[in-house]
Design a protein around this ligand. Structure first.
Ligand code: ZN
Length: 147
């Protein structure tokens, strides 16, 4: 059995996975280690997201990756009831949210561990990690008590 066949037997093969561009590979590699990282600009000191080769604030290419706090709040969200892809048939309804991180950047993710009708804008959340395959871990967010 090839490695591909083994993966197919263990996981949901039809579920789409991220195909990150080179600039965001450090983000996804860190996620596999259950770390949330952000690019921080060495010229202006700000973080940005999504990752790119230049600072989203000042266009400097002097940057480094650093661990984020993992804390944020729900900036906006929708509840998805319709099955747009068969791999998600058992997941509806689910919450797709824009999470505003404590460091400032906003990222698109899911809110998990709470009934979708209980999610509110401004709700404090903390990152959690879902290992969907050996190669892919998704940062998601669960309600936190604060921070
Ligand atoms: Zn900058």
């Amino acid at each position: 059995m090839s490695a591909t066949e083994q993966n197919t037997a263990r996981r949901e093969p039809s579920r789409p996975a991220p195909n990150p561009p080179l600039e965001s590979r450090p983000f996804w590699n860190a996620a596999r280690e259950h770390r949330l990282v952000l690019p921080r600009c060495e010229a202006c000191g700000q973080c940005w997201f999504p990752p790119s080769s230049r600072c989203g604030h000042c266009l400097s290419d002097c940057m480094h990756w650093e661990d984020a706090s993992g804390h944020g709040k729900v900036f906006s969200f929708v509840v998805v009831y319709r099955v747009y892809h068969p791999a998600f048939a058992n997941e509806v309804p689910y919450v797709v949210a824009v999470v505003e991180l404590a460091e400032g950047p906003r990222l698109l993710s899911n809110i998990v561990g709470i009934a979708p009708d209980k999610v509110r804008c401004g709700m404090p959340v903390k990152v959690v990690f879902e290992d969907v395959s050996d190669d892919c871990t998704l940062p998601k967010f669960a309600v936190s008590s604060g921070g």
